[in-house]
Design a protein around this ligand. Structure first.
Ligand code: DC
Length: 218
């Protein structure tokens, strides 16, 4: 069984996806982490992220693997290194590169063939797993998302004003929604979940109920 959860940053989708996977006792796939790993590799190699040919060439030789909750890039644990603001900004640029997407989609489908999965990203229900049994698009209004992201950053010791966090989110949403290849959008048969006024527990509860009720998109 494949459950896809797509949606913008700050919607709470990563948190709910992780808890839902535990609750259903299936694996969890964070596809954003894979785009982040590519961004980190590009930064490390000193390649201009907007040079699509060079990025395409570089991505071919990258080894990206999950070891439980850890992410390995060419064998090196980059689980923490992919969460910096610099990597965040570059990840949405490399995500618009069709060669990067093709490579990561292939890896994601390989992982999907190994058994049941809750997978989260931007294109999981639309492009990667169009046949998934359950599809969700998790979203929230921009203020709620900016506030959550600001809290996350504050917990890591970075105190950015709310208006800056909101602008950065808008910029990333804009890039993710308007790119030519696999733009972020709900799949036609996705259930839209607006988390602006819901707790994580409420969101997980309602999703688990839908999934346990049986396949919706056979
Ligand atoms: O979910 P995240 O913030 O970790 O994702 C990082 C970037 O990767 C985000 O700007 C969009 C991109 N992304 C994507 O294009 N497709 C996915 N399936 C997952 C992430």
């Amino acid at each position: 069984m494949i459950v896809t959860i797509d949606g913008p940053a700050g919607s709470g989708k990563s948190t709910v996806a992780k808890i839902l996977a535990e609750r259903l006792d299936v694996r969890f796939l964070d596809t954003g982490a894979m785009y982040r790993a590519v961004a980190l590799a590009i930064l490390k190699a000193g390649i201009d992220e907007s040079n699509s040919d060079q990025v395409a060439m570089h991505v071919r030789n990258l080894k990206i693997e999950f070891e439980g909750a850890r992410l390995l890039l060419n064998g090196e644990d980059v689980t923490t290194a992919i969460r910096t603001p610099e990597v965040t900004a570059v990840s949405s640029i490399v995500a618009s590169n069709p060669s990067v997407r093709a490579r990561l989609v292939e890896l994601q489908r390989q992982i999907g063939r190994q058994g049941s999965l809750v997978t989260e990203g931007r294109d999981q229900g639309t492009v990667v797993f169009p046949e998934a049994e359950h599809k969700f698009f998790v979203t929230a209004n921009i203020d709620a998302r900016a506030w959550r992201r600001q809290q996350e950053l504050a917990a890591k010791g970075s105190n950015l004003p709310l208006n800056i966090v909101r602008d950065q989110l808008r910029q990333r949403d804009d890039r993710d929604e308007t790119r030519e290849h696999a733009p972020m959008k709900p799949a036609e048969n996705a259930i839209i979940v607006d988390t602006s006024h819901l707790t994580i527990a409420q969101v997980v509860e309602s999703m688990a109920k839908q999934v346990l009720a049986g396949p919706r998109t056979p």
